[in-house]
Design a protein around this ligand. Structure first.
Ligand code: MG
Length: 399
């Protein structure tokens, strides 16, 4: 008798800023269940509905072992496809089924994937500051804690600078000046390198906030500082410009947290136009497509750098870690440093020591959720402000 899916539950909680969506797949085997990340924090209501109203009836009674088939069928079952809502919903099921498969086999997921290439995953953390001196102080603090890879930003995405006057009547929003941002970031990175030397690995995320030709210029200008990578130099809509950057400098490039479909990676990887895949694993549909893209990237010398912000749930971070430990082409893992409450809520959340993230040896994803504690932190609905981003003249820009 195959073990079958008996129930699918969705848990939404907000312990630390982001609304987190966790899918729990309950099986016919008493006590056997799996967890998956379905977190799309800005639009979580439709993800919950997609799981409860559409995917749950579709998967109930099915054999838990047939992950590949379920993933393939789930991605086309709605006929209309490739959207972040449905992909996150599918990821919740997909990751939970991998968790279940590991528990059934009594193996951690990294063992199921092929076994460990490394004992722990090197992580990078985020340093910010109001000016270059504060960024430097924060980088020093992380270095003292044992981190070797540090992303440097200044004033958040888009930077902070004196803004040209807005047109009268301009709406509120998160304004930024892309040309000032370019100048200020180069000054900041120059300062941090000069003060801290070449050994610490520095990263920077443009967050798709420049015009394509300015991104080309920035990638060239920052080349002497030897970043570990420059992230999202271009928006998904502008990927044709990657060859312009590539032909002019050797700044390593990371891309893709906003991609929805595995095939979006194909031209960038096969064209050797990027160096790191910044996949948001739940946004792509789960571990099944992530593993496929990682294998494909390996053939072209492109490394992994799974997206690991605070709006990836702890379950999603655990999934990232298992992929990190297995992937022969692992590059780096982003890490958001959850507070103690999140560790209490998600027993088994990976520990980070001296810049490395370590797994536990529990089967499956090795992470659980305290549902009673999660229920004490219900999600709060609000209209997001930071994504209401505007150019100096008030027109809408990418966040
Ligand atoms: Mg990013």
């Amino acid at each position: 008798m195959p073990v079958t899916i008996q129930d699918v539950q969705v848990i939404v909680t907000q312990p630390a800023g982001s609304r987190l969506v966790i899918v729990k797949v309950v099986t016919s085997e008493p006590g056997l269940y799996g967890l998956g990340c379905a977190t799309f924090t800005q639009r979580y209501h439709p993800v919950v509905a997609a799981v409860e109203k559409h995917l749950k009836p579709f998967v109930l009674g099915r054999d838990v072992s047939r992950i590949e088939e379920l993933y393939r069928m789930a991605t086309v079952h709605s006929y209309w496809r490739n959207g972040p809502v449905l992909n996150n919903a599918i990821s919740g099921i997909d990751q939970a089924l991998w968790d279940i498969k590991g528990k059934k086999a009594n193996m951690p997921l990294y063992d199921l994937l092929g076994g460990k290439c490394r004992e722990a995953a090197a992580v990078y953390v985020h340093a910010d500051g109001r000016d270059a001196y504060e960024v430097e102080d924060n980088v020093r603090r992380f270095m003292a804690e044992g981190y070797h890879y540090i992303r440097v930003q200044m004033g958040g995405y888009g930077g902070r600078s004196d803004m040209p006057p807005r047109p009268d009547g301009s709406p509120d929003g998160h304004y930024y000046d892309p040309r000032a941002y370019m100048r200020n970031m180069l000054d900041m990175i120059d300062h941090v390198r000069a003060e801290l030397g070449d050994e610490v690995e520095l990263l920077h995320d443009i967050h798709e906030r420049l015009q394509p030709i300015d991104a080309v210029q920035f990638a060239k200008d920052v080349e002497p500082y030897k970043l570990f990578f420059l992230e999202d130099a271009l928006a998904p809509e502008d990927i044709e410009w990657f060859d312009r950057i590539r032909e002019q400098c050797a700044t390593p490039l990371a891309m893709g947290e906003l991609f929805n479909n595995p095939r979006e990676w194909q031209p960038l990887i096969a064209g050797k136009l990027i160096d790191f895949i910044r996949m948001h694993v739940s946004q792509m549909g789960g571990i099944t497509p992530a593993r496929a893209v990682a294998d494909f990237a390996h053939m072209y010398g492109v490394r992994t750098a799974w997206h690991g912000p605070g709006d990836t749930s702890p379950v999603g971070h655990a999934a990232n870690l298992h992929l990190d430990l297995w992937a022969p082409n692992f590059g780096i893992q982003e890490w958001c440093r959850f507070p103690a409450l999140v560790y209490d809520m998600f027993p088994g959340l990976p520990e980070v020591r001296d810049g490395y993230m370590y797994p536990n040896d529990k089967p499956g994803l090795g992470i659980d959720i305290d549902e009673e504690l999660a229920a004490q932190y219900p999600p709060v609905d609000e209209v997001e402000f930071w994504t209401q981003t505007r150019w100096p003249d008030g027109s809408p820009a990418r966040p």
